[in-house]
Design a protein around this ligand. Structure first.
Ligand code: FNR
Length: 181
């Protein structure tokens, strides 16, 4: 089964995006295997440290390289992507010539409490990933409004409309990954 490295742009334990990522992983089971990655232990990017990559960076890059695709699940921080996510993307692109992003199949999704929450962050993220050569799934897009009744306590999608949307999203991702394999 193709593997998808999942990067949550939020570092917090109770992250709504972490919950969405877990819900998507369950929906993906017949098509894709989701592997959550940690970006919390990555140091702040510093070009001085490129000659000898910090262990967490080397591990992160290896996990991305081993996956068939990358799914970015991100909150919006002040109308853009969280700094921790940009930091992870920057590390993945370096040192020059060793980027893990080039031609890697990828997709973007995110949730916040607002109706179109994460739309601006996702647009920024798409611009960054496109510039790095990620083979980005253009559609469907998904701006998930996180509200009571979306997920149950075990992070299963229980809202019927959202379930349809998210199932379609995961199926499209499965087709995208297979097409680019
Ligand atoms: C936010 N939040 C937010 N939401 C949004 O829709 N647009 C925004 O620009 C921002 N800006 C913002 C900045 C900062 C610093 C924080 C901490 C939060 C709210 C945000 O969507 C909410 O906290 C989510 O719960 C964050 O996702 P996680 O951490 O739950 O995955």
């Amino acid at each position: 089964m193709p593997t998808v490295a999942v990067i949550n742009g939020s570092l917090r334990q109770a992250s709504l995006n972490g919950r969405l990522a877990r819900a998507l992983a369950k929906l993906a089971v017949p098509h894709l295997e989701f592997r959550p990655l940690s970006i919390a232990d990555l140091p702040l990017y510093n070009q001085d440290n490129e000659a000898e990559l910090p262990a967490a960076v080397a591990r992160f890059k290896q996990e991305i390289a081993a996956a068939d695709a990358v799914l970015f699940v991100t909150p919006e921080h002040n109308r853009s992507i969280p700094a921790a996510l940009k930091n992870a993307i920057d590390w993945g692109s370096r040192p020059y010539g060793t980027s893990v992003w080039l031609d890697r199949p990828g997709a973007v999704i995110g949730t916040s409490a607002g109706t179109v929450g994460t739309a601006v962050a996702q647009a920024h993220l798409r611009a960054v990933l496109t510039s790095l050569g990620v083979a980005l799934m253009g559609r469907p897009e998904a701006y998930v409004a996180f509200k009571d009744g979306l997920l149950d306590e075990a992070d299963n999608v229980v809202d019927v409309t959202a379930l349809k949307t998210l199932n379609a999203y995961v199926e499209a991702l499965g087709r995208w990954v297979k097409r680019l394999a």
